[in-house]
Ligand binder design. Structure first.
Ligand code: NAD
Ligand code: UD1
Length: 339
């Protein structure tokens, strides 16, 4: 089966590319490098020992996308391409709606034109907003997102449900990721955020490697075991394997399914800090700071549906995530080199 990965040069896409190739799939990567670098492709190729077809295109560019479909005739698309910074989305909502929704609509039109029926979409646990209870199951209410980024994911999910209703022969899998972290154990692939990171693990990594002075822990008065926010951190290689399982599922089913990809375990900010200290062998300095607007106390997945439908479950624990994150940042303290 041939699979196009939009945004395949990014953090999750690059890891998924490697896992798909390791599982015998033919892949094609399409990316405009708006949040990634060509070096990611060279690292993927080094890891799998073969060259990987690549198209530098904007997925919202209809002509360029049609040329790609014409040349490659894909059976399936995994749609990672999108802008993902919550803070930036608050400052630049139009760019976020334009990019995330346009890429999806252009992709859906092109898939229809070329008879490509299988789509896996990168959604996020952020669509659940502040959940009434944990663990979060897929049937819990969605849509009360605290920012434009989250709303793009929610709107795209709704679009995909409409599209599936109109053409029930399509096979669409919406994956709601919890908090992806870690890296391939080689340390060749890394998360390479532009500027100062917003997310916890990339921030801790920059502090541990001496690029930032200290972490600010956003609030220690939440109703959690140590007062700091609890999340479901999931190793990016487990997440990538979840996509391999979703591709197999999409190949044998029709309709739309929405599936959480998480571990089912919640760890607090301080649990992660201490886990990272164990991995890197030195202290990670932090201060307690005020809560961050829009944050919730606790969020972790019910992984039961993923287990039932995809026969997939996460294998790595928080120590593995910290070890592999430390290995990756130690080998790439300034991210990938620019071309
Ligand atoms: P990333 O920024 O590393 O990767 C996204 C890739 O898409 C980048 O390489 C970027 O250059 C590319 N891209 C963006 N717009 C494009 C366009 N118009 N045309 C072509 N390429 C384009 O992000 P990631 O962490 O790998 O996330 C992948 C997907 O998963 C995103 O849709 C993101 O919103 C979603 N997601 C990520 C997380 C997370 O914490 N990383 C959590 C939930 C959901
Ligand atoms: C954030 C986004 C969410 C997105 C997800 C993955 C917000 C409000 N939500 O979720 O939409 O899908 O990232 O990209 O931004 N923390 C600190 N100090 C820091 C950074 C984070 O204490 O410097 C804490 C946070 O308060 C939270 C936890 O660490 O309790 C995890 O934060 P983060 O990695 O940003 O993920 P989410 O808040 O789950």
């Amino acid at each position: 089966m041939k699979i196009i990965l939009t945004g395949g040069a990014g953090y999750i896409g690059s890891h998924t590319s490697v896992q798909l190739i390791r599982n015998g799939y033919d892949i094609v990567i399409a990316d405009n490098f708006s949040n990634s670098k060509p070096e990611a492709l060279r690292r993927i190729e080094k890891l799998v020992g073969m060259s990987v077809p690549f198209y530098k295109i904007d997925i919202a560019d209809k002509e360029a996308l049609s040329e790609l479909f014409e040349a490659e005739k894909p059976d399936c698309v995994i749609h990672f391409a999108g802008l993902k910074s919550v803070g930036e989305s608050v400052r630049m909502p139009v760019e976020y709606y334009r990019n995330n929704i346009d890429t999806t609509l252009t992709l859906l039109e092109t898939m229809k034109e070329y008879g490509c029926k299988k789509l896996i979409f990168s959604s996020s646990a952020t669509v659940y907003g502040d959940p009434a209870s944990v663990p979060i199951t897929e049937d819990m209410p969605v849509g009360k997102c605290s920012n434009p980024y989250g709303r793009t994911k929610y709107f795209i999910e709704e679009i995909l449900r409409d599209v599936s209703k109109a053409d029930p022969t399509l096979s669409i899998v919406i994956l709601r990721y919890f908090n992806p972290t870690g890296a391939d154990e080689s340390g060749l692939l890394c998360e390479d955020p532009n500027g100062i990171p917003n997310n916890l693990m990339p921030y801790i990594m920059k502090v541990a490697v001496g690029r930032l002075p200290r972490l600010s822990v956003f609030g220690n008065d939440y109703p959690t075991h140590d007062g700091t926010g609890v999340r479901d951190y999931i190793h990016v290689v487990d997440l990538a394997d979840g996509h391999v399982a979703a591709v197999a599922y999409a190949d044998s089913h029709e309709g739309v399914e929405t599936i959480n990809l998480g571990t089912g375990n919640g760890y607090s900010v301080l649990d992660v800090v201490h886990g990272f200290e164990k991995a890197c062998g030195h202290e990670v300095p932090y201060v307690i700071a005020p809560r961050r607007e829009g944050d919730i106390a606790e969020c972790y997945a019910s992984p039961d549906k993923a287990k039932a439908l995809l026969n997939w479950e996460a294998k790595h624990n928080i120590d593995d995530m910290c070890r592999d994150s430390w290995n990756a940042i130690s080998k790439n303290p300034d991210g990938y080199p620019a071309d």
